[in-house]
Design a protein around this ligand. Sequence first.
Ligand code: GDP
Length: 564
Amino acid sequence: MRVYELAKKEKVSSKVLLEIIKGLGIKGKVAASSLSKESIEKISSHLKAEKTKTKKEEKKKPSFVSRAPIITLMGHVDHGKTSILDVIRESQLAASEYGEITQHIGAYRANVAGKEMVFLDTPGHEAFTAIRARGARITDLVVLVVAADDGVMPQTVEAIDHCKEAKVPVVVAINKIDKTGINVEAVKNELAKLGLTPEEWSGKTIFVETSTKTKTGIKKLLEVLSLEAEMLELKANPGKSGEGTVIETKMDRREGKTISIIVQDGKIKVGDNFIVGDTFGKVKALINEEGKNLREAGPSVPVKILGAESLPLPGDILRVVDSGAKEINEKRKLPVQNDLRRATAKVTLEDFFSGVKKDNRNELKLILKGDVAGSVEAVSESLEKLEAPEIEVNIIHRGIGGINESDIMLAAASNAIVIGFNIPVENRIKELAEKEEIDLRTYRLIYEVIDDVKKAMEGILEPKELEENIGEAEIKRVFVLSDGRAVAGCIVSKGKVIRNAKTQLIRGEKIIYQGKISGLRRFKENAKEVATNYECGIQLENFNDFKAGDHFRIYQVKKVPQKL
Ligand code: GDP
């Protein structure tokens, strides 16, 4: 038998087999080498042992495999996001790694030197943040597109803030470098000021100069993305039952209800039962971006699924279940469960006022919008000065102009409070804020903003414990009752004595007892409290050693909110 024949029989590659042959010290260097009967037996028993060994190991640990990165393009409108995605798509066709992209399913795969990547093809941070607002995360890497002729614009800043909040690494594409009269260095400078310092300036961010007109830099961009993705060491376990995040949904005339998802872990197969958002279904078909029907889809694969009962929302998680998807879904409809759909409980300033610390949160995240640059700066400066040891005010995004959808969605995704200064708020924004349960506040005066935030911060500071004096009493005489317990006959010299209040018994300079007033009498009657200049009998728990001349200090412990 020759090496390649044995390889076929043992279901391993000739290459692997040749390595084993080498390891066992058997003759045979190429696939065509012939093997003796003895050698074959040796190899077969070695393979058998290997197989049982790996089987055991497989049982022990989940089999993680690396998965393709999922990439989103973000940036200001018209800076070239769609154009870059188009060029990437075309380059894929030219490379004929994949067939034509015939279906819009919200994402597509690209292949760079044998490495796969997935691009979400709904550019912009709306989709990105909407998905995050549902508590899901799909993007592994962001390409921030900045047009060289336009530089940093409001949505560029928004996108950067959204990425910072989501802690997603960013690669910058300075686009439209074919244009004349541009200043790339100036754009880099603007971005460096926002925390994206180019690598060549000893920063951490990779910048690629691109043009979709001349197709410059796109290949480099893909290479950079592939390298950055490698550094992330993205892993998934295809052995698990499937799980993915909805990126788009559509009511199609021919196909009915379709949901596009990106598989994030495990495998989704035709015939699988699933639950998603507040609905469920059974996978009737899996269709990729080329319009091909798949039998199964593994980690990082974007697919369109047919067979949902109704349409979920982008950002909803789809999970494969063994059976009874309908029943599981019904159970999930209980109000409590529905709340769980939102991964994060929304925070309000009132929560802070009343000291409610959700998830032990001691960071007050704010989004600040104002009418002019001066006012936004003034407000944020004053807010950032409000320091407290235990809390931090973090303005995650600030900008000039009206409050927009993106602000609300960022607030929803990050659990922030939105503050508008000297700006009106459109009704649709108010409605969205209500729907997303976002605390949206508008102010006209700086001190009002500061005051409210200050109060909120004071609310979450741990209250201080303060002792408050209530009264004093002096022992005149000591009585001993028939049961042996002692009563201190006192005169209240200051304030009052209250039953069950805290007390210290002081002899000279020493505290000889600290505890509670367990008994208080006025003549023979039990009393709740006794006022100044009245006589009373005081009893303590487990203490009888009173002496005339001792003093009681009566006090209470109060929790006082801390002030900044
Ligand atoms: P998006 O809003 O970020 O998706 O931007 P688009 O991709 O739609 O591009 C906006 C405009 O800029 C279109 O008219 C494009 O043709 C143009 N554009 C995009 N990339 C380039 C480029 O590299 N050079 C030049 N000169 N124009 C570009």
